[in-house]
Write a protein of this length. Structure first.
Length: 485
């Protein structure tokens, strides 16, 4: 019998697990993929929004501002990349300046501090590469950038160290109401629990509909991005937005916390909950719209494109317009939905964790742990370390002197750390998200064979069994039945 079962190991599920691991609770996180951060949380803008966009009075507005305030301290506590670079909303028509003022007023109602309107001249002083058509802008110094997978992995590792169980390859197939709570079935095992927390991203509707007669529908909203080489990463200092529309905050141009430049996303509602493919039409839209924000989009410096899915609720009688759904289902006590967590969900994650933990405390009344570990140390980066730190690490473990990924200067020592730490990497993508091996200009062209070799050696399996990401995604062709490895 578990006290809490969390379905989904994205940023929301991991933030909730981390907060609940402060208490004496038997808890498990069920994730259908083979690692944390395999859904929406791995493919997004990596922006910590200041909080001026959400409608005042909504849960989204409240959690956005609270999450933004908590993120910097959390980054120090759990050691993940974060930078407060500020954000700017661009206006391209003098007639639309009143909309900037409306955004400013909305942000002030939400509790965002330091908002100001910039003239064209003031804008050029802080962003000299801004597009010719930008007439004015809203400046939000509270805006920031973060590593989305770094945040999610840090939350998960800290939760695991504090007793949360993580079960991967655990796709939930059915949930039954019981007198004690719920019986959660996966394809491999069943779990009795008092409380279920549904943090299943674009699949949250499917999980919700297993227990509730008030049916929910989530439509995946695909966003396509272009990522550029680090040699143009300083083209802009702030995150540049365009005036938002009904479909979102539009195409942004931003530096990443790792020093790249990124543009996107598009916003296209699709039916496929796994539809993370990119399209020529979508990427052309990214380029066209980004060209309004900056003088010249550096297309020759594109190193990859990718797409992510946002969980947009299109049908649910209990949902408020343009807001998250976080709370117990009306006809399913002890079943807590954390659904429709689209932008600014990443920014809200620390606050969502606390908000849902408070709900569980009200239901189960757990006692605090006396031995909760609040801090976590990330994988040391040889590329960012001082000479003194590099010498110390190599002296302690010579593997830190063996460079595997030349683009990002990732060493064998870092890869070994990624495999051996709590919830260690078991796939090529797991290594990539923890160390950045394969994220550079060559996009793993040189380092993948060595990464596969290290994974196979550490996991004591054949190289043909190594997966890029999920089930069936082999790096090498698997042997045919009857063939020797």
């Amino acid at each position: 019998m578990y006290d809490v079962i969390i379905i989904g190991a994205g940023v929301s599920g991991c933030a909730i697990a981390r907060e609940l691991s402060r208490f004496e609770l038997k808890m498990a996180v069920l994730e259908k993929a083979l690692d944390v951060c395999e859904g929406t949380s791995k493919a997004n803008s990596g922006i910590v929004h200041a909080g001026y966009d959400a409608k005042p009075g909504t849960l989204k507005a409240r959690l956005n501002v609270e999450g933004s305030h908590k993120m910097e301290a959390l980054s120090r506590e759990l050691d993940f990349p974060y930078k407060r670079n500020g954000s700017i909303v661009l206006c391209f028509d003098e007639k639309d300046k009143d909309k900037l003022c409306e955004l400013k007023q909305r942000g002030e109602l939400n509790g965002v501090e330091g908002l100001s309107i910039l003239s064209r001249e003031e804008l050029l002083q802080v962003e000299p590469n801004v597009g010719d058509g930008a007439a004015a802008a809203l400046y939000a110094p509270a805006g920031a950038i973060v590593c989305p997978f770094g945040l999610t992995i840090a939350l998960a590792e800290n939760a695991a160290v504090n007793g949360a169980e993580f079960v991967f390859g655990a796709k939930v197939s059915d949930i039954q109401k019981k007198s004690y709570g719920y019986l959660v079935h996966t394809e491999k095992q069943s779990y009795e629990t008092k409380v279920v927390i549904n943090a299943a991203g674009v699949y949250a509707d499917k999980i919700h509909n297993m227990v509730s007669e008030n049916k929910m529908k989530i439509t995946p909203r695909r966003g396509e991005y272009l990522l550029y080489d680090k040699n143009v990463g300083n083209m802009v200092k702030h995150t540049l937005f365009q005036l938002p529309t009904a479909l979102g905050k539009g195409i942004l141009v931003t530096p990443t916390v790792h020093g790249n430049l990124m543009t996107g996303p598009t916003a296209q509602d699709i039916s496929d909950k796994e539809g993370t493919d990119t399209s020529s039409e979508g990427l052309k839209q990214v380029i066209k719209q980004a060209s309004f924000s900056i003088e010249a989009v550096p297309l020759k410096q594109v190193i990859t494109s990718f797409a992510g899915l946002r969980a947009h609720i299109t049908e649910y009688p209990e949902a408020l317009e343009d807001d998250f759904v976080i709370g117990q289902a009306v006809d399913a006590p002890g079943f807590i939905d954390v659904a429709g967590i689209e932008s600014p969900g990443l920014s809200c994650a620390p606050a969502i964790g606390e908000y849902v933990a408070d709900m569980v405390k009200g239901l189960l009344h757990p006692s605090h742990k006396t031995d909760f570990i609040s801090t976590r140390k990330g994988i040391p980066s040889m590329a960012l370390s001082s000479d003194e730190e590099r010498h110390r690490l190599i002296k302690e473990n010579p593997a830190y002197g063996n460079v595997v990924c030349r683009c990002e200067m990732v060493t064998e020592g870092e890869i070994l750390d990624a495999i051996r730490r709590p919830l260690g990497a078991r796939t090529i993508d797991g290594i990539k998200r923890r160390t950045r091996a394969g994220m550079g200009r060559c996009q793993s062209g040189f380092c993948n064979p060595k990464v596969v070799e290290i994974l196979a050696r550490e996991l004591q399996i054949d190289e043909s069994a190594i997966l890029k990401s999920g089930e069936g995604a082999w790096y090498l062709l698997p042997p045919k039945e009857g063939e020797e490895l």
